[in-house]
Design a protein around this ligand. Structure first.
Ligand SMILES: NC(=O)c1ccc[n+]([C@@H]2O[C@H](COP(=O)([O-])OP(=O)(O)OC[C@H]3O[C@@H](n4cnc5c(N)ncnc54)[C@H](O)[C@@H]3O)[C@@H](O)[C@H]2O)c1
Length: 422
Protein backbone atom coordinates (compact mmCIF):
# COMPACT_ATOMS: atom_id res chain seq x y z
CA UNK A 1 0.00 0.00 0.00
CA UNK A 2 1.33 3.44 -0.90
CA UNK A 3 1.70 6.01 1.85
CA UNK A 4 -1.20 8.40 2.56
CA UNK A 5 0.85 11.49 1.66
CA UNK A 6 0.99 10.19 -1.94
CA UNK A 7 -2.76 10.37 -2.61
CA UNK A 8 -5.98 12.16 -1.68
CA UNK A 9 -9.21 10.22 -2.14
CA UNK A 10 -12.56 10.14 -0.39
CA UNK A 11 -12.34 6.83 1.42
CA UNK A 12 -9.96 3.86 0.94
CA UNK A 13 -12.61 1.51 2.38
CA UNK A 14 -14.58 1.89 -0.90
CA UNK A 15 -11.87 -0.16 -2.64
CA UNK A 16 -13.77 -3.47 -2.55
CA UNK A 17 -16.72 -2.07 -4.46
CA UNK A 18 -14.41 -0.23 -6.86
CA UNK A 19 -12.40 -3.37 -7.58
CA UNK A 20 -15.49 -5.29 -8.64
CA UNK A 21 -16.73 -2.45 -10.84
CA UNK A 22 -13.27 -2.11 -12.46
CA UNK A 23 -13.37 -5.84 -13.23
CA UNK A 24 -16.87 -5.47 -14.67
CA UNK A 25 -15.70 -2.66 -16.99
CA UNK A 26 -12.66 -4.74 -18.01
CA UNK A 27 -14.99 -7.41 -19.42
CA UNK A 28 -16.12 -4.87 -22.05
CA UNK A 29 -12.58 -3.67 -22.82
CA UNK A 30 -11.03 -6.53 -24.83
CA UNK A 31 -8.79 -4.31 -26.98
CA UNK A 32 -7.23 -2.65 -23.94
CA UNK A 33 -6.86 -6.08 -22.32
CA UNK A 34 -4.96 -7.35 -25.37
CA UNK A 35 -2.66 -4.30 -25.23
CA UNK A 36 -2.21 -4.71 -21.47
CA UNK A 37 -1.09 -8.31 -21.92
CA UNK A 38 1.51 -7.23 -24.49
CA UNK A 39 2.64 -4.33 -22.28
CA UNK A 40 3.08 -6.74 -19.36
CA UNK A 41 5.56 -8.76 -21.44
CA UNK A 42 7.34 -5.95 -23.28
CA UNK A 43 7.38 -3.24 -20.53
CA UNK A 44 7.50 -0.31 -22.99
CA UNK A 45 7.12 2.22 -20.15
CA UNK A 46 9.74 0.78 -17.80
CA UNK A 47 10.49 3.52 -15.26
CA UNK A 48 8.52 6.17 -17.18
CA UNK A 49 6.51 8.61 -15.05
CA UNK A 50 3.02 9.28 -16.44
CA UNK A 51 0.56 11.85 -15.09
CA UNK A 52 -3.07 11.49 -16.14
CA UNK A 53 -5.73 14.16 -15.69
CA UNK A 54 -8.79 12.12 -16.65
CA UNK A 55 -12.30 11.39 -15.43
CA UNK A 56 -11.57 8.92 -12.63
CA UNK A 57 -13.88 6.12 -13.69
CA UNK A 58 -13.65 2.35 -13.83
CA UNK A 59 -12.58 2.62 -17.50
CA UNK A 60 -9.78 5.06 -16.66
CA UNK A 61 -8.74 2.65 -13.92
CA UNK A 62 -8.28 -0.05 -16.57
CA UNK A 63 -6.11 2.29 -18.66
CA UNK A 64 -3.96 3.15 -15.62
CA UNK A 65 -3.60 -0.55 -14.78
CA UNK A 66 -2.53 -1.34 -18.36
CA UNK A 67 0.13 1.40 -18.28
CA UNK A 68 1.26 0.22 -14.87
CA UNK A 69 1.63 -3.32 -16.22
CA UNK A 70 3.78 -1.81 -18.95
CA UNK A 71 6.23 -0.58 -16.32
CA UNK A 72 4.97 3.01 -15.93
CA UNK A 73 4.69 4.92 -12.67
CA UNK A 74 1.21 6.39 -13.07
CA UNK A 75 -0.29 9.20 -10.97
CA UNK A 76 -3.85 10.41 -11.61
CA UNK A 77 -6.06 13.38 -10.86
CA UNK A 78 -9.57 14.24 -12.01
CA UNK A 79 -10.30 16.25 -15.14
CA UNK A 80 -13.58 17.48 -13.69
CA UNK A 81 -14.62 18.12 -10.07
CA UNK A 82 -17.84 16.10 -10.39
CA UNK A 83 -16.79 13.13 -12.52
CA UNK A 84 -14.78 11.07 -10.02
CA UNK A 85 -16.01 7.63 -8.99
CA UNK A 86 -14.70 7.48 -5.44
CA UNK A 87 -14.76 3.68 -5.31
CA UNK A 88 -12.65 3.36 -8.48
CA UNK A 89 -10.17 5.88 -7.03
CA UNK A 90 -9.99 3.85 -3.80
CA UNK A 91 -9.34 0.58 -5.61
CA UNK A 92 -6.56 2.13 -7.72
CA UNK A 93 -4.82 3.26 -4.53
CA UNK A 94 -5.46 0.19 -2.37
CA UNK A 95 -5.37 -2.67 -4.87
CA UNK A 96 -2.97 -1.35 -7.50
CA UNK A 97 -0.71 1.12 -5.65
CA UNK A 98 -1.56 3.86 -8.16
CA UNK A 99 -1.69 7.29 -6.50
CA UNK A 100 -4.93 9.20 -7.19
CA UNK A 101 -5.76 12.77 -6.20
CA UNK A 102 -9.50 13.12 -6.77
CA UNK A 103 -12.70 13.35 -4.74
CA UNK A 104 -16.15 13.62 -6.29
CA UNK A 105 -17.61 17.08 -5.61
CA UNK A 106 -14.27 18.72 -4.76
CA UNK A 107 -14.26 22.52 -4.96
CA UNK A 108 -12.17 24.38 -7.54
CA UNK A 109 -9.32 25.05 -5.09
CA UNK A 110 -9.04 21.34 -4.25
CA UNK A 111 -9.29 20.44 -7.94
CA UNK A 112 -6.21 22.59 -8.70
CA UNK A 113 -4.41 21.41 -5.55
CA UNK A 114 -4.88 17.83 -6.79
CA UNK A 115 -3.63 18.77 -10.24
CA UNK A 116 -0.53 20.34 -8.72
CA UNK A 117 0.10 17.32 -6.47
CA UNK A 118 -0.09 15.09 -9.56
CA UNK A 119 2.45 17.26 -11.34
CA UNK A 120 4.79 16.93 -8.35
CA UNK A 121 5.47 13.42 -9.72
CA UNK A 122 7.51 15.16 -12.48
CA UNK A 123 5.80 13.41 -15.40
CA UNK A 124 7.60 12.43 -18.58
CA UNK A 125 4.29 11.76 -20.33
CA UNK A 126 1.02 13.62 -19.75
CA UNK A 127 -2.51 12.41 -20.52
CA UNK A 128 -5.10 15.15 -20.55
CA UNK A 129 -8.86 15.33 -20.94
CA UNK A 130 -9.36 19.06 -21.42
CA UNK A 131 -5.69 20.20 -21.45
CA UNK A 132 -5.48 21.23 -17.78
CA UNK A 133 -2.14 19.45 -17.16
CA UNK A 134 -0.54 20.97 -20.25
CA UNK A 135 -1.88 24.40 -19.32
CA UNK A 136 -0.49 24.15 -15.78
CA UNK A 137 2.89 22.94 -17.08
CA UNK A 138 3.06 25.85 -19.56
CA UNK A 139 2.09 28.49 -17.00
CA UNK A 140 2.74 27.73 -13.34
CA UNK A 141 5.00 24.66 -13.55
CA UNK A 142 7.38 25.51 -16.41
CA UNK A 143 10.27 23.88 -14.49
CA UNK A 144 8.75 20.51 -15.50
CA UNK A 145 8.93 21.09 -19.27
CA UNK A 146 12.50 19.86 -19.78
CA UNK A 147 11.63 16.33 -18.58
CA UNK A 148 8.43 15.89 -20.59
CA UNK A 149 8.71 13.60 -23.61
CA UNK A 150 5.18 14.19 -24.86
CA UNK A 151 1.49 14.06 -24.11
CA UNK A 152 -1.91 13.01 -25.36
CA UNK A 153 -5.30 14.73 -25.37
CA UNK A 154 -8.62 12.94 -25.02
CA UNK A 155 -11.31 15.49 -25.88
CA UNK A 156 -12.40 18.05 -28.48
CA UNK A 157 -12.19 21.01 -26.11
CA UNK A 158 -8.64 20.04 -25.08
CA UNK A 159 -7.55 19.73 -28.72
CA UNK A 160 -8.96 23.22 -29.43
CA UNK A 161 -7.00 24.66 -26.48
CA UNK A 162 -3.81 22.86 -27.53
CA UNK A 163 -4.06 23.98 -31.16
CA UNK A 164 -4.39 27.53 -29.88
CA UNK A 165 -1.28 27.03 -27.69
CA UNK A 166 0.56 25.61 -30.72
CA UNK A 167 -0.54 28.58 -32.86
CA UNK A 168 0.81 31.01 -30.26
CA UNK A 169 4.22 29.33 -30.73
CA UNK A 170 4.38 28.40 -27.04
CA UNK A 171 3.65 24.66 -27.12
CA UNK A 172 6.78 23.16 -25.58
CA UNK A 173 6.37 19.42 -26.27
CA UNK A 174 4.62 17.10 -28.76
CA UNK A 175 0.99 16.17 -28.22
CA UNK A 176 -1.10 13.53 -29.97
CA UNK A 177 -4.74 14.51 -30.41
CA UNK A 178 -6.31 11.18 -29.47
CA UNK A 179 -9.77 12.73 -29.76
CA UNK A 180 -9.30 13.08 -33.51
CA UNK A 181 -8.75 9.36 -34.16
CA UNK A 182 -11.71 7.94 -36.07
CA UNK A 183 -11.90 5.05 -33.62
CA UNK A 184 -12.33 7.70 -30.91
CA UNK A 185 -14.71 10.44 -32.01
CA UNK A 186 -16.96 8.33 -34.23
CA UNK A 187 -17.75 6.04 -31.30
CA UNK A 188 -16.93 7.73 -27.97
CA UNK A 189 -18.23 11.21 -28.87
CA UNK A 190 -21.20 9.91 -30.86
CA UNK A 191 -22.46 6.66 -29.31
CA UNK A 192 -20.82 7.12 -25.90
CA UNK A 193 -22.04 10.67 -25.32
CA UNK A 194 -25.33 9.86 -27.04
CA UNK A 195 -26.20 7.08 -24.62
CA UNK A 196 -24.58 8.33 -21.42
CA UNK A 197 -25.94 11.88 -21.65
CA UNK A 198 -29.51 10.60 -21.80
CA UNK A 199 -28.62 8.15 -19.03
CA UNK A 200 -27.38 11.03 -16.83
CA UNK A 201 -30.46 13.18 -17.44
CA UNK A 202 -32.78 10.21 -16.92
CA UNK A 203 -31.10 9.19 -13.66
CA UNK A 204 -31.18 12.80 -12.39
CA UNK A 205 -34.80 13.54 -13.35
CA UNK A 206 -36.60 10.31 -14.31
CA UNK A 207 -38.38 12.25 -17.09
CA UNK A 208 -40.24 10.57 -19.93
CA UNK A 209 -38.45 11.44 -23.16
CA UNK A 210 -41.34 10.54 -25.46
CA UNK A 211 -43.05 13.69 -26.66
CA UNK A 212 -40.54 16.09 -25.09
CA UNK A 213 -39.13 18.96 -27.14
CA UNK A 214 -35.39 18.42 -26.72
CA UNK A 215 -33.08 21.21 -27.84
CA UNK A 216 -29.60 19.95 -28.80
CA UNK A 217 -27.13 22.84 -28.95
CA UNK A 218 -24.29 21.91 -31.31
CA UNK A 219 -24.54 19.23 -34.01
CA UNK A 220 -20.99 17.92 -33.73
CA UNK A 221 -20.13 14.30 -33.00
CA UNK A 222 -21.58 14.50 -29.50
CA UNK A 223 -24.69 16.43 -30.55
CA UNK A 224 -25.42 13.96 -33.36
CA UNK A 225 -25.24 11.05 -30.94
CA UNK A 226 -27.53 12.64 -28.37
CA UNK A 227 -30.04 13.72 -31.04
CA UNK A 228 -30.08 10.20 -32.52
CA UNK A 229 -30.69 8.53 -29.17
CA UNK A 230 -33.27 11.09 -27.94
CA UNK A 231 -35.17 10.63 -31.22
CA UNK A 232 -35.16 6.91 -30.54
CA UNK A 233 -36.92 7.60 -27.25
CA UNK A 234 -39.67 9.47 -29.08
CA UNK A 235 -38.50 13.02 -28.36
CA UNK A 236 -39.04 15.86 -30.81
CA UNK A 237 -35.56 17.16 -31.67
CA UNK A 238 -34.61 20.79 -32.24
CA UNK A 239 -31.00 21.56 -33.18
CA UNK A 240 -29.15 24.86 -32.85
CA UNK A 241 -25.90 25.35 -34.78
CA UNK A 242 -23.55 28.06 -36.03
CA UNK A 243 -21.96 26.07 -38.89
CA UNK A 244 -24.10 26.00 -42.05
CA UNK A 245 -23.02 22.52 -43.22
CA UNK A 246 -23.75 20.93 -39.86
CA UNK A 247 -27.09 22.75 -39.63
CA UNK A 248 -27.98 21.44 -43.09
CA UNK A 249 -27.00 17.94 -42.03
CA UNK A 250 -29.32 18.22 -39.03
CA UNK A 251 -32.16 19.34 -41.33
CA UNK A 252 -31.61 16.35 -43.63
CA UNK A 253 -31.35 14.01 -40.65
CA UNK A 254 -34.95 15.04 -40.01
CA UNK A 255 -34.59 17.57 -37.21
CA UNK A 256 -35.92 21.09 -36.79
CA UNK A 257 -33.16 23.69 -36.87
CA UNK A 258 -33.61 27.19 -35.49
CA UNK A 259 -31.68 29.90 -33.64
CA UNK A 260 -31.38 29.57 -29.88
CA UNK A 261 -33.54 32.67 -29.38
CA UNK A 262 -36.47 30.73 -30.90
CA UNK A 263 -35.62 27.34 -29.43
CA UNK A 264 -35.47 28.91 -25.94
CA UNK A 265 -39.21 29.59 -26.08
CA UNK A 266 -40.29 26.06 -27.02
CA UNK A 267 -37.81 23.60 -25.48
CA UNK A 268 -38.63 21.29 -22.57
CA UNK A 269 -35.08 19.95 -22.18
CA UNK A 270 -31.91 21.76 -23.29
CA UNK A 271 -28.60 19.92 -23.77
CA UNK A 272 -25.46 21.86 -24.69
CA UNK A 273 -22.64 20.04 -26.50
CA UNK A 274 -20.71 22.79 -28.25
CA UNK A 275 -17.43 23.30 -26.36
CA UNK A 276 -18.44 26.98 -26.50
CA UNK A 277 -19.31 29.59 -23.89
CA UNK A 278 -22.75 30.96 -22.90
CA UNK A 279 -24.58 29.11 -25.63
CA UNK A 280 -27.55 29.40 -23.29
CA UNK A 281 -27.35 33.02 -22.17
CA UNK A 282 -29.38 35.41 -20.03
CA UNK A 283 -31.63 36.46 -22.94
CA UNK A 284 -32.48 32.79 -23.62
CA UNK A 285 -33.17 32.04 -19.97
CA UNK A 286 -35.59 34.98 -19.93
CA UNK A 287 -37.64 33.28 -22.68
CA UNK A 288 -37.76 29.73 -21.31
CA UNK A 289 -40.95 27.94 -20.28
CA UNK A 290 -41.74 27.16 -16.67
CA UNK A 291 -40.26 23.72 -15.89
CA UNK A 292 -37.56 23.78 -18.55
CA UNK A 293 -34.58 21.53 -17.81
CA UNK A 294 -31.06 22.81 -18.58
CA UNK A 295 -28.14 20.44 -18.91
CA UNK A 296 -24.67 20.32 -20.39
CA UNK A 297 -22.55 17.51 -21.75
CA UNK A 298 -19.78 19.66 -23.23
CA UNK A 299 -16.41 19.62 -21.48
CA UNK A 300 -16.55 22.75 -19.32
CA UNK A 301 -19.37 24.21 -17.23
CA UNK A 302 -19.43 27.44 -19.21
CA UNK A 303 -21.94 26.51 -21.93
CA UNK A 304 -24.89 27.64 -19.79
CA UNK A 305 -24.50 31.12 -18.31
CA UNK A 306 -24.88 29.93 -14.72
CA UNK A 307 -23.83 33.23 -13.10
CA UNK A 308 -26.69 34.92 -15.03
CA UNK A 309 -29.15 32.22 -13.91
CA UNK A 310 -27.97 32.65 -10.31
CA UNK A 311 -28.42 36.42 -10.48
CA UNK A 312 -31.90 36.14 -12.04
CA UNK A 313 -33.18 33.70 -9.40
CA UNK A 314 -35.03 34.77 -6.28
CA UNK A 315 -34.81 31.25 -4.87
CA UNK A 316 -32.79 28.09 -5.31
CA UNK A 317 -33.15 24.65 -3.80
CA UNK A 318 -31.77 21.20 -4.51
CA UNK A 319 -34.93 19.28 -5.27
CA UNK A 320 -33.22 15.98 -6.13
CA UNK A 321 -29.56 14.94 -6.33
CA UNK A 322 -28.06 16.74 -9.34
CA UNK A 323 -31.22 18.86 -9.85
CA UNK A 324 -31.23 22.51 -8.72
CA UNK A 325 -34.53 24.36 -8.97
CA UNK A 326 -34.17 28.08 -9.70
CA UNK A 327 -37.26 30.22 -9.07
CA UNK A 328 -37.16 33.37 -11.16
CA UNK A 329 -38.68 36.74 -10.24
CA UNK A 330 -41.82 36.06 -12.34
CA UNK A 331 -42.42 32.72 -10.61
CA UNK A 332 -41.11 30.42 -13.38
CA UNK A 333 -38.98 27.51 -12.20
CA UNK A 334 -36.00 26.29 -14.24
CA UNK A 335 -34.02 23.17 -13.42
CA UNK A 336 -30.24 23.06 -13.81
CA UNK A 337 -28.71 19.58 -13.78
CA UNK A 338 -25.35 18.63 -12.28
CA UNK A 339 -24.33 22.28 -11.70
CA UNK A 340 -23.90 22.59 -15.46
CA UNK A 341 -21.06 20.06 -15.50
CA UNK A 342 -20.88 17.06 -17.88
CA UNK A 343 -24.16 15.44 -16.94
CA UNK A 344 -23.19 11.97 -18.17
CA UNK A 345 -20.35 11.85 -15.66
CA UNK A 346 -21.97 13.90 -12.88
CA UNK A 347 -25.25 11.97 -12.65
CA UNK A 348 -24.39 8.70 -14.40
CA UNK A 349 -21.23 6.67 -14.99
CA UNK A 350 -19.88 8.30 -18.15
CA UNK A 351 -19.44 6.35 -21.33
CA UNK A 352 -19.97 2.60 -21.37
CA UNK A 353 -16.72 0.64 -21.16
CA UNK A 354 -17.08 -0.75 -24.68
CA UNK A 355 -16.46 2.65 -26.30
CA UNK A 356 -13.81 3.68 -23.79
CA UNK A 357 -12.05 0.46 -24.84
CA UNK A 358 -11.29 2.10 -28.19
CA UNK A 359 -10.53 5.57 -26.82
CA UNK A 360 -8.13 4.19 -24.26
CA UNK A 361 -6.56 1.69 -26.65
CA UNK A 362 -5.66 4.75 -28.74
CA UNK A 363 -4.30 6.44 -25.61
CA UNK A 364 -2.16 3.44 -24.66
CA UNK A 365 -0.76 2.97 -28.19
CA UNK A 366 -0.11 6.70 -28.67
CA UNK A 367 1.79 6.90 -25.38
CA UNK A 368 3.90 3.94 -26.51
CA UNK A 369 4.44 5.72 -29.86
CA UNK A 370 5.73 8.76 -27.94
CA UNK A 371 8.30 6.59 -26.18
CA UNK A 372 9.37 4.79 -29.38
CA UNK A 373 9.74 8.15 -31.14
CA UNK A 374 11.30 10.01 -28.22
CA UNK A 375 13.32 12.99 -29.48
CA UNK A 376 12.03 12.63 -33.06
CA UNK A 377 8.78 14.59 -32.70
CA UNK A 378 8.48 18.38 -32.81
CA UNK A 379 6.50 20.49 -30.35
CA UNK A 380 3.30 20.19 -32.37
CA UNK A 381 -0.19 18.77 -32.08
CA UNK A 382 -0.04 15.51 -34.09
CA UNK A 383 -2.91 13.37 -35.35
CA UNK A 384 -3.08 9.75 -34.19
CA UNK A 385 -0.95 7.70 -36.62
CA UNK A 386 -3.29 6.01 -39.12
CA UNK A 387 -1.95 2.54 -38.44
CA UNK A 388 -2.84 2.91 -34.75
CA UNK A 389 -6.39 3.97 -35.68
CA UNK A 390 -6.72 1.00 -38.08
CA UNK A 391 -5.20 -1.39 -35.56
CA UNK A 392 -7.72 -0.38 -32.90
CA UNK A 393 -10.61 -0.92 -35.35
CA UNK A 394 -9.23 -4.30 -36.42
CA UNK A 395 -8.76 -5.46 -32.83
CA UNK A 396 -12.26 -4.31 -31.86
CA UNK A 397 -13.84 -6.11 -34.80
CA UNK A 398 -11.90 -9.23 -33.89
CA UNK A 399 -12.97 -8.96 -30.25
CA UNK A 400 -16.65 -8.72 -31.14
CA UNK A 401 -16.36 -11.55 -33.67
CA UNK A 402 -16.94 -9.57 -36.86
CA UNK A 403 -15.08 -10.54 -40.05
CA UNK A 404 -14.76 -8.23 -43.03
CA UNK A 405 -13.73 -8.66 -46.65
CA UNK A 406 -10.26 -8.02 -48.09
CA UNK A 407 -9.46 -6.42 -51.42
CA UNK A 408 -8.58 -8.93 -54.14
CA UNK A 409 -5.30 -8.28 -56.05
CA UNK A 410 -7.51 -7.25 -59.01
CA UNK A 411 -9.33 -4.69 -56.84
CA UNK A 412 -6.07 -3.34 -55.38
CA UNK A 413 -4.83 -2.75 -58.91
CA UNK A 414 -8.12 -1.23 -60.05
CA UNK A 415 -8.32 1.19 -57.13
CA UNK A 416 -4.72 2.30 -57.75
CA UNK A 417 -5.23 2.94 -61.46
CA UNK A 418 -6.58 5.91 -63.37
CA UNK A 419 -6.73 4.43 -66.89
CA UNK A 420 -9.75 2.16 -66.49
CA UNK A 421 -13.18 3.78 -67.12
CA UNK A 422 -16.49 2.44 -68.38
N1 LIG B 1 -19.77 14.37 -22.17
C1 LIG B 1 -18.73 13.68 -22.59
O1 LIG B 1 -18.40 12.64 -22.07
C2 LIG B 1 -17.96 14.19 -23.76
C3 LIG B 1 -17.35 13.28 -24.64
C4 LIG B 1 -16.64 13.77 -25.76
C5 LIG B 1 -16.56 15.15 -25.94
N2 LIG B 1 -17.14 16.01 -25.04
C6 LIG B 1 -17.11 17.47 -25.19
O2 LIG B 1 -18.31 17.84 -25.87
C7 LIG B 1 -18.10 19.06 -26.60
C8 LIG B 1 -18.49 18.82 -28.07
O3 LIG B 1 -17.62 17.85 -28.64
P1 LIG B 1 -17.76 17.41 -30.18
O4 LIG B 1 -16.74 16.37 -30.40
O5 LIG B 1 -19.18 17.16 -30.51
O6 LIG B 1 -17.29 18.78 -30.89
P2 LIG B 1 -17.56 19.26 -32.37
O7 LIG B 1 -16.57 20.33 -32.64
O8 LIG B 1 -17.66 18.08 -33.30
O9 LIG B 1 -19.03 19.90 -32.28
C9 LIG B 1 -19.35 21.08 -31.62
C10 LIG B 1 -20.43 21.78 -32.44
O10 LIG B 1 -20.94 22.89 -31.69
C11 LIG B 1 -21.18 23.94 -32.61
N3 LIG B 1 -21.26 25.23 -31.90
C12 LIG B 1 -20.24 26.00 -31.43
N4 LIG B 1 -20.75 27.13 -30.88
C13 LIG B 1 -22.10 27.03 -30.98
C14 LIG B 1 -23.17 27.88 -30.59
N5 LIG B 1 -22.95 29.04 -29.97
N6 LIG B 1 -24.44 27.47 -30.86
C15 LIG B 1 -24.68 26.29 -31.49
N7 LIG B 1 -23.72 25.46 -31.90
C16 LIG B 1 -22.42 25.82 -31.63
C17 LIG B 1 -20.01 23.85 -33.57
O11 LIG B 1 -20.32 24.53 -34.79
C18 LIG B 1 -19.87 22.34 -33.75
O12 LIG B 1 -20.62 21.85 -34.85
C19 LIG B 1 -16.63 19.40 -26.38
O13 LIG B 1 -16.54 20.27 -25.28
C20 LIG B 1 -16.02 18.06 -26.02
O14 LIG B 1 -14.80 18.21 -25.33
C21 LIG B 1 -17.85 15.55 -23.99
Amino acid sequence: MISPDQYDIKDPSLAGEGKQRIEWAAREMPVLRFIKERFAKEKPFKGIRIAGCLHITTETANLAIALNEGGAEVVLCASNPLSTQDDAAASLVVDHGIPVNAIKGEDDATYYKHLDATLDSKPQLTIDDGADLVTAIHTKRTELISEVIGGTEETTTGVIRLRSLEKSGKLAYPIIAVNDAQTKYLFDNRYGTGQSTLDGITRATNILWAGKKVVICGYGWCGRGVAMRAKGHGAHIIVTEVKPVRALEAVMDGYQVMPMAEAARVGDVFITLTGDKHVIDRAHIEQMKDGAILSNSGHFNVEINIPALESMARGKRRIRPFVDEYTLADGRCLYLLGEGRLINLAAAEGHPASVMDMSFANQALCLEYMIVNKGKLESRVYPVPEDIDRQVARLKLGAIGVDIDQLTPEQVEYLASWEEGT
